[in-house]
Design a protein around this ligand. Structure first.
Ligand code: DGL
Length: 277
């Protein structure tokens, strides 16, 4: 059996394009439908109720596009709103679980750091899961709310003193604790990788949740016999809840390639209530 329907990927905004980028690398024969909730981003400083409500609508929208699988590319949704996946008629994967597994497999000194949005860190999902796999681990978690705006401004260079200074300030407790593995628990952080690397040093393993998740999705699709056997080239459709002037610049930075305007569709996602609860 095979399934040529697309894989649905969603995020609070455009950050999830870093996860889509990894999925496209690992699954070059698959088509994708990406939804970015650009009209309601950020999720990372909202209440759990709001995040859960938004995640449901995002998922229902993707279901309406007849996807065969859903990836919640958003770190915040994956930490706070995982329960919304229970009602879905298709398999689902978030970005927390597999990045935690990779971190647990990588650490030598059992000191693992996690950086993410405030909602993700407050939820504690990474810490709980790390402790399940490795009870003796020391887990240091730090919310880094200024990282997303930095990336959305295009300020990502390790040579920029504002970027490096901000990163150094947030990472200080992790450096002090001597973590040897750091989970980048938010969609935007891979773009800051070289600046984070400069601040934390060469010896710390940086875990890209998009890469961890893409490999796990590929394995699961294979296991479920859901890989596409389509011979025509795969497609990627983009949907957003708002198109801003900054869209092309941010999309290029996060996805690594241009998204032409005629490929971007506007959707009123708040209409997609009620299929799951
Ligand atoms: N996509 C979010 C995440 O990975 C970051 C942006 C936001 O706060 O919505 O947590």
């Amino acid at each position: 059996m095979s399934d040529s329907r697309p894989i649905g990927v969603f995020d609070s905004g455009l950050g999830g394009l870093t996860v889509l980028r990894e999925l496209e690398k690992v699954l070059p024969g698959e088509s994708f439908v990406y939804f970015g909730d650009t009209g309601r981003v950020p999720y990372g400083n909202k209440s759990n109720e709001t995040i859960i409500n938004y995640a449901r609508q995002d998922e229902n929208f993707l279901i309406s596009k007849d996807v065969k699988y859903i990836v919640a590319a958003c770190g915040t949704v994956s930490a706070v709103a995982l329960s919304t996946a229970d009602a879905l008629p298709v398999p689902f994967m978030g970005v927390v679980e597999n990045s935690v597994r990779d971190a647990v497999n990588c650490t030598k000194n059992k000191k693992i750091g996690v950086i993410a949005t405030s909602a993700t860190i407050n939820n504690g999902a990474h810490k709980r899961l790390i402790k399940t796999y490795l009870p003796e681990a020391e887990v240091v978690t730090v919310p880094c709310p200024l990282f997303v705006p930095l990336v959305e401004e295009g300020w990502v260079s390790a040579d920029d003193e504002v970027v490096l200074g901000t990163i150094r300030r947030y990472l200080a407790p992790l450096i002090e604790a001597g973590v040897d593995t750091l989970i980048l628990g938010c969609t935007h952080y891979p773009v800051l990788k070289s600046a984070i690397r400069r601040a934390i040093g060469e010896d710390v393993m940086l875990i890209n949740m998009g890469y961890s998740t893409a490999r796990a999705v590929a394995e699961e699709l294979k296991h479920l016999d859901l890989l596409s056997d389509k011979t025509e080239p795969p497609t990627c459709e983009f949907y957003v809840s708002d198109v801003t002037t900054a869209f092309p610049k941010i999309a290029k930075l996060l996805l690594g390639e241009e998204i032409e305007n005629d490929k971007v569709n506007l959707v009123d996602v708040s209409k997609y209530e009620g299929c799951t609860n």
